[in-house]
Design a protein around this ligand. Structure first.
Ligand SMILES: [Mg+2]
Length: 181
């Protein structure tokens, strides 16, 4: 299968670290579970949009990111099993180098730039399945969908659209295996 995998929140913990980074920088105590909306500014009412999204463009943030537990091993197994793997990410061009060097290539050394698609509209992409935590990428699109659970997507009624919600990479692997049957 051609498997499309989102980066932020699926391969690595950008949101988790972004929250802590803003907390430390501006003296807040917001937690990842407090992120009830996709727009990060909703959790930091005293900060400007420039402050919140400016932090996303700072190189130091990317030194802190870590893979989601189990993801590197699982992606490697899927590749070794013959699946085509594409990381599909809507990363701003200003920071794609940080994300590649400090996170993706560091923790997923079996991937290369050839495995990466930068896209603001993932629904244009031809794949068999997309794993994503952003519901806007799961409404429409010709691929099958797996929703990666996050506090900012819990209000989404994925079952109404026949989408499976998973909480970890073990569940992703099980879903992919089931799709192959
Ligand atoms: Mg994401």
């Amino acid at each position: 299968m051609r498997i499309l995998i989102d980066a932020d929140g699926v391969l690595e913990d950008l949101s988790q670290e972004w929250v802590l980074y803003l907390d430390e920088k501006y003296g807040y105590s917001v937690e990842y579970e407090d992120l009830k909306e996709w727009d990060m500014t909703a959790a930091f009412p005293g900060l400007t949009r420039e402050q919140v999204y400016g932090a996303e463009q700072e190189e130091a943030l990317y030194d802190r990111l870590k893979p989601i537990p189990g993801a590197p091993e699982c992606v490697k197994r899927l590749m070794d099993a013959g699946h085509e793997i594409y990381v599909v990410t809507n990363t701003p061009y200003e920071v794609i180098r940080y994300k590649m060097d400090k996170v993706i290539l560091r923790y997923y050394p079996f991937l290369s730039w050839k495995n990466v698609i930068i896209a603001s509209n993932k629904k244009m992409i031809d794949g068999d399945v997309l794993i994503d935590d952003g519901i806007h990428n799961l409404i429409g699109g010709s691929y099958r969908k797996i929703l990666f659970d996050a506090p900012y997507n819990r209000d989404f009624d994925e079952k109404a659209l026949g989408i499976v919600r998973v909480k970890n990479w073990q569940e992703i692997e099980a879903e992919i295996t089931a799709m192959e049957q």
